[in-house]
Design a protein around this ligand. Structure first.
Ligand code: ADP
Ligand code: MG
Length: 268
């Protein structure tokens, strides 16, 4: 799965044509999603389709609704109106179990939320035992193989306080991966980390890209966006301003607003 689709205009169109010829549907479909907090409409009609194996990077100014959108995708936040589908399942349907959704759509936050009193391994086996019903031995094996996948095979017995920020974030990724998700969501996974520690997290994420994981990533790490993204969506004031492959949005955006945004983060 390492031959990632190229993000030149022509190649993307070709791949989409292939997909429609096979009759494949996008894996994730977001239709006219609205969300308000009080008087503030935070999401103002979001439409987005993400194909299996694609990496969607969401960018936009602080407060533009990026986190809210991600949280709606795995039912941490309920939409006011609109629909979200994962394959044939409507995520937003009232009778869909949010916990089942969260297994299929894993999420990694900026704030590392590991249990402080549990080792790295135990942080991962907990969900495997409780949610997936694995035996102690199965859970242990799975946890260790996920820790290996994120380069932390040697830290299985460490407690969060003994790990660096980057290592904790990688345990969080391993924990989400252990659930066999169809999609991984990342909400500014590196923004609390020093550059050096950011890199080790970004490398793990690049590894997932190479494995063909479907990912929706909120990040201002433009190296990741350039190297990993199939599409970039620029959000402002709760609406999609522009979407396209990285080169297009970076080099030749249609909208003045997009251009200004990328110029501002270039100078950060
Ligand atoms: P971003 O991630 O792009 O910075 P957010 O989705 O976090 O944006 O927030 C969008 C807007 O919604 C902000 O104005 C924020 O204050 C508001 N908001 C987010 N979550 C809540 C909440 N739980 N209650 C009230 N307002 C919220
Ligand atoms: Mg946010």
């Amino acid at each position: 799965m390492s031959d990632r689709p190229k993000t030149t205009d022509g190649t993307v169109r070709e791949r989409d044509a292939d997909a429609s010829a096979r009759g494949t549907e996008p894996l994730l479909r977001i239709e006219d999603v609205h969300k308000s907090y009080g008087d503030e409409e935070v999401l103002r009609g979001i439409d987005l389709e993400i194909d299996r194996g694609d990496v969607e990077v969401l960018v936009g100014p602080s407060g533009s609704g990026k986190s809210t959108l991600l949280r709606c995708l795995n039912r941490l936040t309920e939409v006011d109106s609109g629909h979200i589908y994962l394959g044939d399942t409507e995520v937003t349907a009232p009778d869909t179990d949010p916990n089942a959704v969260r297994q299929q759509i894993g999420m990694v936050f900026q704030d590392i939320n590991l249990f402080a009193h549990l080792t790295a391994r135990k942080n991962i086996t907990l969900g495997l035992r409780k949610v997936r019903g694995l035996s102690a031995e199965e859970a242990r094996q799975r946890a260790d193989s996920e820790l290996e996948r994120v380069g932390l095979a040697d830290q299985a017995d460490s407690y969060p306080a003994q790990l660096s920020g980057g290592q904790k974030q990688r345990v969080g990724i391993a924990r989400a991966l252990a659930m066999d998700p169809e999609v991984m969501l990342f909400d500014e996974p590196t923004s609390a980390l020093d550059p050096e520690l950011s890199n080790e997290v970004l490398e793990v994420m690049q590894g997932l890209v190479a494995e063909g994981m479907t990912m929706v990533v909120v990040t201002h790490e433009m190296r990741f966006a350039r190297g990993g993204a199939d599409e970039i969506t620029f959000l402002a004031d709760g609406a999609i301003v522009e979407r396209g492959p990285p080169e297009k949005l970076f080099e030749n955006p249609e909208r003045e607003r997009t251009k200004r945004f990328f110029e501002s983060i270039r100078h950060e």
